[in-house]
Write a protein of this length. Structure first.
Length: 212
């Protein structure tokens, strides 16, 4: 089995602080299960001895910024599977927070318009911990409440899309992280990225099947 995967999102997909991020762990698990993997994208990041470094994880980007480029990326990469985790920067920057789920739905619609035969995995975003500061003011509690509300909308949206027979699945990432996995309050460390890679693998296997 061969799988062309587009990892799509922000700095968590890029692997901020952890070269390769979840992509490295996911690639290892898929290959151990007998899946030939090709990661796609215009960016590269990962361990020096790793050849499969491509992705579309753009540090600091919001949903609307992915919308502006997604058609070009998809036309170039033509993925079979898109793994999307986005929304953290919408929460952290407090950019139209109430409208973020609608923007996500628009982005998903654009993905399927460009790649109607692709399968799309959508992840909830990680916790935003209470000690995450802006300047000297700790606002993590408020941001995390926004993240929880956004994730609730993501879960509802995925249920709605599945009821319409869209080729989508949910990777509920928020519950998998412990406080120790997010040392700066936002970005997963190596242990957190490994958990995220394991989650993606589990959900891909459950959705696509056909491998160990």
């Amino acid at each position: 089995m061969k799988l062309r995967i587009l990892p799509l999102g922000d700095s968590i997909t890029d692997g901020y602080g952890v070269p390769g991020g979840y992509r490295w762990h996911l690639g290892v698990r898929l290959r151990e299960a007998g899946v030939e993997v090709e990661f796609l994208g215009s960016l590269e990041n990962g361990p020096e001895n790793w050849s499969d470094r491509r992705h579309e994880g753009h540090s600091g980007w919001r949903i609307d910024q992915l919308q502006q480029r997604i058609q070009d990326w998809l036309a170039t990469s033509d993925p079979e599977l898109v793994l999307l985790m986005i929304g953290t920067n919408d929460m952290v920057q407090e950019f139209g927070v109430a409208q973020a789920p609608a923007r996500l739905e628009q982005l998903i619609s654009m993905i399927f318009q460009c790649c109607p035969s692709a399968t799309l995995g959508v992840a909830t975003i990680p916790p935003i911990l209470d000690f995450f500061p802006v300047g000297d003011v700790p606002i993590g509690a408020r941001l995390n409440a926004q993240a929880k509300a956004y994730n609730g909308e993501v879960r509802a949206l995925l249920q709605h899309l599945k009821s319409k027979n869209q080729a989508v699945f949910l990777a509920d990432a928020y519950p998998v992280f412990d406080t120790a996995d997010l040392p700066d309050g936002v970005h997963p460390n190596r242990a957190g990225q490994e958990k995220l890679g394991a989650l993606w693998f589990q959900r891909i296997r459950e959705t696509l099947g056909g491998f160990g």
